[in-house]
Structures are given as structure tokens and as C-alpha cells.
Design a protein around this ligand. Structure first.
Ligand code: CA2
Length: 147
């Protein structure tokens, strides 16, 4: 089983600035550890990052062809990108939204996610562990397990 993990704008700066908000680990470290956890569960992770909305949209379309699910931290696009929302709505694979920080405990413009309605769930505020929680939730969903 292949899963795509997408990270949006500025997340390539993780671990370099604002560690009090986003932690000390780099995106590469977080994705490497997610990949090994995924491997233990018998699935493959394809992790990508882009600062460009259109590229993220192209990758969402690509995920629909040959990937079983999607984990997405859309960064600030979360709060206003109807284009990313439409892309998610237009594909048939399940997506989980991740945020390192608790977006509801921050500035009011971060309290809105325009993509959560088209995801199966959202994880916010657990730092880098949020990606592992999303992986667990996505695998649970894909296996069709009961609660
Ligand atoms: O909490 C999250 O994961 C966010 O998606 C991160 C976005 C932010 O716009 C969302 O509201 C919440 C921003 C990521 C910026 O990451 C940086 C990391 C280090 C230095 C500068 C930016």
C-alpha cells in the first residue's frame, strides 16, 4: 500500500526557525521517522513538500492514481485555498489533515480550515507526532475497522 504525504508552504523551514511553535525537528527527520513507522505497518510513504499551490494540487491529482490515501499539512493554504479544497473534493482517496500547532489556540485567521470538510479528519496540536497519529488513523480507516 502506498500513501502520499504532502507538506505545504514554509514547512521546509521546520527546525530552523520558530521551534517554540513547530518544534526542533526538521521536515526530513519527521518524514524519515514516519517512513520507518509506515514500513513496520507494511506500507510505503511518498513524502513531498512544496511552497507552490499548483504543485500541491498536481500531487493531489497524482495521489488519486495509485495511492491509497493522503496525509496533508497544507500550511497556511489550509485557511484559504479553495483550489486545494476542490482538488481534495475531486479525488476518490481519503485524506487526513495535519497541523503541528493547535490552530485553534492561535490567531483567529488560523481557526478556519477550508479543507477539513473534505477530509476524513484533522489532527492539530500534537507536534510532529501528529503525522504518526494521522498514519494510524488513515490505516484504521483504510482497513475499515470499527471504532
Ligand atoms: O501548525 C501547522 O502545521 C501549520 O499548518 C503550519 C503553517 C501555518 O501557516 C498553519 O497555520 C499551521 C506554517 C508553517 C510554517 O513553518 C515554519 C517553520 C519554521 C520556520 C518558519 C515557518
Amino acid at each position: 500500500m502506498k500513501l502520499m504525504v504532502l507538506n505545504g508552504p514554509n514547512l521546509n523551514r521546520l527546525g530552523k526557525r520558530e521551534p517554540h511553535i513547530y518544534g526542533h525537528k526538521t521536515l526530513e527527520q519527521i518524514m524519515n521517522s514516519l517512513e520507518s513507522i509506515a514500513r513496520e505497518s507494511g506500507c510505503e510513504i511518498d513524502a513531498r513538500q512544496s511552497n507552490h499551490e499548483g504543485e500541491l494540487i498536481d500531487w493531489i491529482h497524482e495521489a488519486a492514481e495509485g495511492y491509497s490515501g493522503l496525509i496533508l499539512n497544507a500550511g497556511a493554504y489550509t485557511h484559504y485555498s479553495y483550489a486545494i479544497r476542490d482538488a481534495l473534493a475531486g479525488v476518490d482517496i481519503p485524506a487526513i489533515e495535519v497541523h503541528l500547532s493547535n490552530i485553534y489556540a492561535r490567531e483567529s485567521f488560523r481557526h478556519t480550515s477550508v479543507i477539513s470538510e473534505v477530509t476524513i479528519g484533522q489532527i492539530s496540536g500534537f507536534g510532529n507526532i501528529g503525522y504518526e497519529l494521522a498514519l494510524k488513523g488513515l490505516l484504521h480507516y483504510l482497513k475499515g475497522e470499527e471504532n
